[in-house]
Design a protein around this ligand. Structure first.
Ligand SMILES: [Zn+2]
Length: 290
């Protein structure tokens, strides 16, 4: 009888406190790319939700009541910083809760455009490694018991990023130097350009918030013709009409879509950061290599 009672107690405890859910660290990431990094480092020990999901535009996001709830329930909120999530401070303040805010660009020197920092630091794989290191340290601090797992996951993922960085360099090396220049919609590839030596020209600034003026567009069209820029690219977070117009007026071909600020859904071309970078270098080399 006593044994039966003990057994029933154990079953009740197991129902009331499912081990996994109880162990999991609740983490919210501001947008899909950061969510992917957290998943890779956190593994099973971390429950990750993202605010700006696949194909969403983090520059002009409007938080929902569901986001406030996610933040109120979270232990960590992972953000890019460099002015990317202008909508976040108010959301955190209104949500309450005890979440620590972790800025993953800590330790990276920002590129600037006038007085604005360029937030797209993840487009250099070396910077992505800094992001991953910062995420690992934040997870370890939040859940020291799970530290060995977080460290092992981070090491394995960092090794994949090293291989990815080599892949990008090898791909760019296949493109003749005079053809390493493209047009994309907004200035999202400054860090990629600086790291890998492909020139990007964009009619829209570092945020998608602004629109290109008629003068900006005319300037780009002149530039494409004068510099014989071979290809223009669409983005999943920007209106395709501008790029199609530049292509029509200059004869530069549309080289496909580059993913800058957002992953796609699972069935899309860029469901993870690594697949996103691979897709982009493939699109660039197939449009630019002779
Ligand atoms: Zn952007």
């Amino acid at each position: 009888m006593q044994r039966l009672f003990g057994l029933i107690c154990l079953v009740l405890i197991a129902i009331a406190f499912p081990a996994r859910a109880e162990d999991r660290l609740n983490v919210v990431a501001s947008f899909s790319i950061l969510g992917d990094f957290v998943r890779n480092v956190g593994g099973d020990r971390v429950g990750v939700t993202t605010m700006v999901g696949p194909d969403g535009d983090v520059h002009i996001y409007s938080p929902t009541p569901a986001d406030a709830k996610k933040i109120a329930d979270a232990k960590l909120v992972i953000v890019n910083g460099f002015g990317l999530e202008g909508w976040l401070p108010r959301l955190v303040q209104s949500a309450g809760g005890k979440a620590s805010i972790v800025t993953v660009t800590a330790g990276i020197a920002p590129l600037t455009l006038g007085s604005d920092a360029d937030p797209h630091a993840w487009q250099s794989v070396a910077n992505a490694k800094t992001y991953v290191g910062n995420i690992r340290d934040a997870l370890v601090a939040a859940d020291p018991a799970a530290a060995p797992g977080f460290r092992a996951n981070a090491d394995a993922y960092l090794a994949k990023l090293d291989a990815l960085d080599r892949e990008v360099r090898a791909a760019v090396a296949q493109i003749p130097e005079s053809r390493r220049k493209v047009i994309s919609t907004h200035r999202a590839f400054g860090y990629f350009a600086a790291a890998y030596g492909v020139e990007f020209i964009a009619p829209v600034g570092v945020s998608t918030e602004s629109e290109a003026s008629a003068r900006d567009i005319a300037g780009i069209i002149t530039q494409v013709r004068a510099a014989k820029i071979p290809a223009v690219f669409l983005e999943n977070v920007s209106d395709p009409r501008l790029i199609r117009r530049i292509s029509a007026e200059t004869g530069a071909k549309v080289g496909g879509t580059l993913y800058s600020d957002s992953l796609t859904g699972e069935k899309g071309e860029a469901p993870t950061y690594i697949e996103m970078v691979r897709h982009n270098i493939k699109a660039l080399t197939s449009a630019l290599a002779n």
